[in-house]
Design a protein around this ligand. Structure first.
Ligand SMILES: CCCSCc1cc(N)cc2c(=O)[nH]c(N)nc12
Ligand SMILES: [Zn+2]
Length: 373
């Protein structure tokens, strides 16, 4: 019996998008869903209570970072990641593949795994599929990602083909090494870069290993959005309809809507929390760079249409003051707003699917937000 079960509720008659639920040991996730990223066992500046206040149903954390600090053995000793960070809803941990490959020249890839130097103190480390499973099992997330290689963009066909075939061999080793299958579901990751036949090869090989869920990896790596949508167009339909589909690293408002239309159920991105720390907010009228001088005497909320704590209680002028004064509350208020904005957007996407009108919703949202259709 797998720890993860996908329940398909309906398909939007207008767009083909899916409405579903993912049943996990720590609760149910309504899809399509946006998942806030909490790399180091915290969604930066937010408490679990504040995350629940804005209806976060699941959060992400990162194997690479938690292995490097404080160490997976410490988190295990604390009773696992849920207990350690006081979060009793679902957690997903990424395998660290993406992070380690982002270390660039500091890493060496072999069939066995990846040798790299710590971004903290430069010490040498080695991650193999087996080691990553040991770490993710110690952390105890409801959903664990297999150890993969995310090819850079652009990358040659030969590089992408060798990389996806290694990812398949590593996925098999992950499945063999994964303990605790009753309480933790292991998702496979489809690679293949921007090559249609290689995406088909990777999807076929990864699905043959039979995972409870599948991710589309290797996107949102610098490619043009139109190319990402094109790859999604022919990759998502290859995946089983009765399993969750996760598009890794994608989180701008337009990409969430376009991804849902192409059959994606799960999204994550550091964008809302990262731009918040730089003083930028996502609003129903497009991006607002709160630190801009034009907001110095603007005594209206970040977004007049938003009912989040920040918009109900503070003005742009006050938040701009906090940003300029480098006050911690600035990050907290803009992060609250940005996460609420994306979580609310996905709630509206789910409602549009219920009403079979997601394409109409896309047109309304894009017009208002200033996106090009
Ligand atoms: C907490 C971060 C989750 S998503 C990170 C991520 C982001 C993107 N864009 C691609 C990949 C990928 O191909 N593989 C893996 N493991 N992760 C990826
Ligand atoms: Zn708000």
């Amino acid at each position: 019996m797998s720890a993860i079960r996908y329940e398909h509720i309906k398909t939007c008659k207008q767009s083909g998008a899916r409405l579903g639920r993912i049943h996990t040991p720590h609760g149910i996730i309504e899809t399509p869903i946006f998942m806030p990223v909490g790399t180091q066992a915290t969604v930066k500046s937010m408490t679990p209570e504040e995350l629940k206040e804005i209806n976060s149903q699941i959060i992400l954390s990162n194997t690479y970072h938690l292995y490097m600090r404080p160490g997976h053995d410490l988190v295990k000793e604390a009773g696992g990641l849920h207990k350690f960070m006081n979060w009793d809803r679902p957690i997903l941990t990424d395998s660290g593949g993406f992070q380690v490959f982002s270390l660039g020249p500091l890493r060496k890839i072999t069939e066995e795994g990846v040798e790299f130097r710590s971004h903290i103190d430069g010490s040498k480390h080695f991650l193999s599929p087996e080691k990553v499973m040991e770490i993710e099992n110690a952390l105890g997330a409801d959903i664990m990602m297999a150890f993969d290689e995310c090819a850079p963009y652009p990358a040659s066909r030969d590089y992408v083909k060798n990389s996806l075939e290694r990812t398949t061999r590593w996925a098999k080793r992950c499945k063999e090494a994964h303990k605790n299958t009753e309480n933790q579901g292991l998702f496979g990751i489809v690679q293949g870069g921007m090559y249609k036949d290689l995406r088909e090869q990777s999807a076929k090989e990864i699905m043959e290993l039979d995972f409870p869920g599948y991710a589309v990896g290797g996107l949102s790596v610098g490619e043009p959005k139109e190319l990402m949508y094109e790859v999604l167009e022919y990759t998502t339909p290859l995946l089983p309809e009765d399993k969750p589909r996760y598009l890794m690293g994608v989180g701008s408002p337009d990409a969430l809507i376009e991804g849902a239309i192409r059959g994606i159920d799960m999204f994550d991105c550091v964008l809302p929390t990262r731009i918040a720390r730089n003083g930028t907010a996502m609003t129903s009228q497009g991006k607002v760079v709160v630190r801009n001088a034009k907001y110095a005497r603007d005594f209206t909320p970040i977004d007049p249409e938003c009912d989040c704590y920040a918009c109900k209680n503070y003005t742009k002028a006050y938040i701009r003051h906090l940003v300029k004064a480098n006050e911690i509350l600035a990050s907290r208020l803009i992060t609250t707003h940005n996460l609420h904005f994306l979580l609310k957007l996905m709630e509206n996407v789910r409602q549009a699917i219920r009403e079979d009108r997601l394409l109409d919703f896309r047109e309304e949202f894009f017009t208002k937000y200033g996106y090009e259709l």
